[in-house]
Design a protein around this ligand. Structure first.
Ligand code: GLP
Length: 269
């Protein structure tokens, strides 16, 4: 596991976006016919990364024409064009501003008549593209990735999950503070779906994520902190800011600062 510690949210976002852009370019240069497959999250954490990717696309440095995306999750039962659906979020904050083909974007259908069949279809579609190259994610304060709440199976696949009360409280900020307006269930990729990606990058920013970061990096692999499964991934990358490091041991912090000093190429592009 690599842990990249950037001074603040803005720099974290630039680092993440440029890393993704670099991976996209490498794929293009290899002349592969197969599209580059990106897993994508919603939430406030990726907004800065999306902004920088949009800028790089508009400047002509990268193109999304040969990119296929799969979103992590979607609320169950919210109309697709609801203000707070993840479909709306992705279009408003990312897809509407880049040159991606609409048919290359995939988001779970939270209104599917048969949600279990929808989840199976999603896994099959990911497999049909040869899997996900890079899965970008955020993290909940309780360490959840996608909507894999604490005690989700670490071998889980795309399915319907019930949201915890804590997650509903956290997400109620987007529903005018009304907890009962937050859907109680969601369709989400599983921990194993994320683990199957060739590379996973998780964005962790702010003091409120400090405990989750500590459990992800320092403590044992546990279903209580689903993000800790990434310790078992051969290419997992945590990109965090200083504020999120508040609960790390000084030695852990120093270790990653030291080792990444040699690895980091700040110019990236
Ligand atoms: C939701 C999403 C997660 C996201 C988390 C954190 O629960 N399902 O994918 O990582 O929120 O959101 P934020 O980035 O706003 O802190």
């Amino acid at each position: 596991m690599r842990v990249i510690i950037e001074p603040d949210y803005e720099k974290l976002s630039l680092w993440a976006a440029r890393y993704i852009a670099r991976r996209m370019k490498e794929h293009e240069r290899r002349g592969e016919k197969r599209p580059f497959v990106l897993g994508l999250p919603t939430g406030s954490s990726p907004l800065g990364t999306y902004r920088e990717l949009i800028r790089l696309c508009r400047s002509g440095y990268i193109s999304f024409r040969n990119i296929v995306t799969f979103n992590m999750d979607e609320y169950a039962g919210l109309p697709r064009d609801h203000e707070q659906s993840y479909w709306t979020f992705m279009h408003r904050n990312f897809f509407d501003h880049i040159d991606i083909e609409p048919e290359n974007t995939n988001i779970l259908d939270g209104n599917a008549a048969d949600p279990d069949a929808e989840c199976r279809r999603y896994e099959e579609k990911i497999a049909s593209y040869g899997g996900i190259d890079l899965f970008l994610g955020g993290i909940g304060a309780d360490g959840h990735i996608a909507f894999n709440e604490p005690f989700s199976s670490l071998s889980s696949r795309t399915r319907v999950k019930t949201l915890t009360y804590d997650t509903k409280v956290m997400n109620s900020r987007f529903f005018g503070g009304n907890i009962s307006a937050v859907p109680s269930t969601a369709l989400t990729v599983g921990v194993q779906t994320v683990m199957d990606a060739r590379e996973v990058m998780i964005l962790v920013n702010g003091h409120s994520k400090a405990r989750a970061l500590k459990h992800t990096v320092e403590d044992g692999v546990s279903q209580a902190w689903t993000c800790s499964a990434l310790q078992m991934h051969p290419r997992s990358l945590i990109v965090c800011d200083e504020a999120a490091c508040g609960e790390l041991k000084v030695d852990t912090y120093k270790y990653f600062k030291d080792i990444e000093q040699a690895n980091l190429d700040p110019s990236v592009l």
